[in-house]
Write a protein that binds this ligand. Structure first.
Ligand SMILES: Nc1ncnc2c1ncn2[C@@H]1O[C@H](COP(=O)(O)OP(=O)(O)OP(=O)(O)O)[C@@H](O)[C@H]1O
Ligand SMILES: [Mg+2]
Length: 251
């Protein structure tokens, strides 16, 4: 069994408050893995440790077998670890097309350069257009990215994350705040874009979790309570108990 990502006895605290208390996570090559758990369980903190936003107090993170515990986020990204990021005001005055083009350029390692005509990068326009078509955003190609609906802007964000062609993608609550229809579209898009890749998704919407995940890890007070297939997790008594008062439904 080869793991794309492993954490070994990972621990983290904020000013002495233990938030991650010895997490051994094993993400298989090519699997879609969900991390669930009540609010405050440590899910986002775990993502921040894995992607390098925080340095853990203790333990190791192995990515593709390499110890990346001390690597900066951009170096982990270069090794093939991607995470979604919010569209920032920096990109406010860019069209959907321009926004995605920037993402693809960064994948190619070309820094955005005002003095270098974009048309010099051969095949780029075609690649951006193909990607827009793949994610059903072609009709918004020449609109300002900042004017997209919430669901569409999250779709663009997701597409941008995938534009760097990561082998492992981490998505933190990609469907938060979406309507039922936006959520359905997002699930389809996530499935399409992560085919053949490994993914870790943190999500409160159990419909999303159980329709996407091959395996589910339940995090509870900074520890792994269970890690199993979706059907086993749904039957697990410890998991049900942990969710008492929270409900394993939409929050
Ligand atoms: N930067 C920080 N400084 C101090 N405490 C923090 C920080 N980030 C998170 N925490 C605390 O650590 C705990 C875990 O937070 P975290 O955001 O990882 O939880 P979560 O599982 O992602 O929750 P949610 O489901 O609400 O997103 C919480 O008690 C939170 O208040
Ligand atoms: Mg969180």
């Amino acid at each position: 069994m080869s793991f794309i990502l492993e954490t070994q006895d990972l621990r983290h605290d904020f000013k002495g408050m233990k938030v991650i208390r010895g997490v051994d996570l094993q993400i298989r090559q090519g699997e879609r893995h969900a991390i669930i758990g009540p609010n405050g369980a440590g899910k986002t903190t775990l993502f921040n440790l894995v992607t390098g936003m925080y340095r853990p107090r203790h333990g190791h993170i192995l990515f593709k077998g390499q110890d990346v515990t001390k690597l900066k986020p951009y170096k982990r990204n270069r090794l093939g670890m991607g995470r979604s990021f919010q569209i920032t005001s920096l990109f406010e005055h860019q069209t959907v097309f321009e926004h995605l083009r920037l993402g693809i350029l960064s994948r190619m390692g070309v820094r955005y350069n005002f003095f270098k005509p974009m048309t010099m990068v051969k095949g780029l326009t075609e690649e951006v257009d193909a990607m827009l078509a793949r994610v059903n955003l072609s009709e918004y190609r020449d609109q300002w990215a900042s004017l997209l609906s919430y669901g569409k802007s999250r779709a663009l964000e997701m597409t941008l994350t995938m534009a760097t062609n990561p082998d492992l993608v981490l998505l933190d609550e990609p469907c938060a705040g979406m309507s039922a229809e936006e959520t359905r579209n997002a699930v389809g898009l996530i499935r399409e874009l992560t085919t053949g890749k490994s993914m870790i998704i943190v999500e409160h919407d159990m419909d999303v979790v159980f329709s996407l995940a091959d395996r589910v890890t339940v995090l509870h007070y900074g520890k792994i309570l269970a890690c199993d297939t979706p059907s086993e997790i749904q039957k697990n008594k410890d998991v049900k108990d942990a969710y008492l008062g929270h409900g394993m439904k939409k929050q």
